[in-house]
Design a protein around this ligand. Structure first.
Ligand SMILES: [Zn+2]
Length: 260
């Protein structure tokens, strides 16, 4: 965390500014020689994209501010149908702890998931809060807990999208699963043995227990939970659910869970 740093305004725009909005920077791409297109998310407006004019110039007030995962107070020009201008950016938080490779990978994966889940100019406050809270957790949790925290965040995101299966009951008959859940290809949900015709996949009780524990605990509790199995053993189930929910296979996820 850093103290708020005022960075002045982009040249040439002084009047009729909208009030600043708190955003997290998700993506940047170069635009012509000296400018950048910046994509951020906000609690109030969902995803916002704006042109940061002259952001590559050495004297730009945007320099070092509109970086990936930074939290800003950003002022955009009014929406007139085309690309907005990012007129002003005040740095709130630059999350230096996330530069460590495993944390960076985890945070990048979370940002990508939230990017999938958000639409332009449509508020998704639950997803924004998840991203903000998730980045805070990934900054501070012990390195050994990073993968478990990511699994917990994935379950929360799935729940926010309405795509998290019931972890305790059969999706067909609603009977309690106890320690033994099964999966079949036809549905992302969990089924009891009776409703698991071959070919079925038995889910290990330890995996079911881990996912339920993460789901039933608060995010703040995750780093301190007594995890008995590596996160990667439980990772394939949320991967299926996320793929179904986002219709894409998040590529950073495979890299994250390939690590020991
Ligand atoms: Zn059943």
């Amino acid at each position: 965390m850093t103290a708020a740093t005022d960075v002045g305004r982009a040249p040439g725009r002084r009047s009729r500014q909208a009030p600043p909005v708190r955003v997290i920077v998700l993506r940047r791409s170069d635009f012509r020689e000296s400018s950048r297109i910046v994509t951020c998310v906000s609690r109030e407006h969902g995803r916002l994209t704006g042109l940061a004019k002259g952001a590559h110039r050495p004297d730009s007030p945007f320099l070092g501010r509109v970086d990936f995962l930074n939290e800003l107070m950003a002022t955009f020009s009014p929406d007139r149908g085309g690309l907005r201008l990012l007129e002003r950016a005040e740095l709130v938080c630059e999350r230096r702890s996330l530069r460590e490779p495993l944390r960076f990978l985890a945070a990048s994966h979370l940002a990508q998931l939230c990017d999938f889940a958000m639409l332009d100019d449509r508020p998704e406050p639950d997803v924004f809060d998840l991203l903000l809270g998730g980045l805070n957790l990934l900054e501070r949790c012990p390195a050994a807990a990073v993968q478990h925290v990511v699994l917990g965040l994935e379950l929360r995101l799935l729940a926010a999208l309405g795509a998290l299966p019931d972890l305790h009951h059969c999706v067909v008959c609603d009977s309690p699963l106890g320690d033994h859940g099964f999966r079949v290809d036809e549905t992302p949900g969990l089924v009891c043995r009776t409703h698991a015709p071959p070919p079925y996949y038995a889910i290990s009780p330890a995996v079911l227990h881990l996912l339920r524990t993460l789901h039933d605990s608060s995010g703040r509790q995750w780093p301190g939970l007594p995890f008995t199995i590596p996160a990667r053993l439980a990772a394939p189930l949320p991967a299926l659910w996320l793929a179904a929910a986002t219709e894409q296979r998040p590529r950073l996820r495979a890299m994250l869970f390939a690590r020991d």
